[in-house]
Design a protein. Structure first.
Length: 103
């Protein structure tokens, strides 16, 4: 009779399931705080920067073109690159603001 009790399952499957769920939760938390949250923060800062662009700001486009904002539309920006040469580009093409005009 003793061999019947020795072969019965001990119920250890539940404990390993909980530890697996905890491990997945920890991995998700690490990904969230190391990858997702900083990326959302950078996107929010970029959107704020693009909304604050105004006429007269010196900018650098993502393609490396340096110029001064000559005009603004809802989605486009007119950039004066010198010698009265103006280029119309999407606002999203602005890489950074080199110098902002103070009001």
């Amino acid at each position: 009779m003793e061999w019947i009790f020795a072969m019965a399952p001990q119920g250890e499957g539940g404990g390993s399931m909980v530890s697996t769920l905890i491990m997945f939760g920890a991995i998700f938390a690490i990904f969230y705080f190391m990858i997702i949250r900083p990326q959302q923060k950078r996107a929010k800062e970029r959107d704020r920067m693009l909304s604050e662009v105004k006429k007269g700001d010196k900018i650098i486009t993502s393609g490396g073109i340096h110029g001064t904002v000559a005009g603004l539309d809802e989605k486009t920006v007119l950039i004066d690159v010198g010698n009265n040469v103006k280029i119309k580009m999407e606002r999203s093409a602005i890489g950074s603001i080199a110098q902002q005009v103070k009001e």
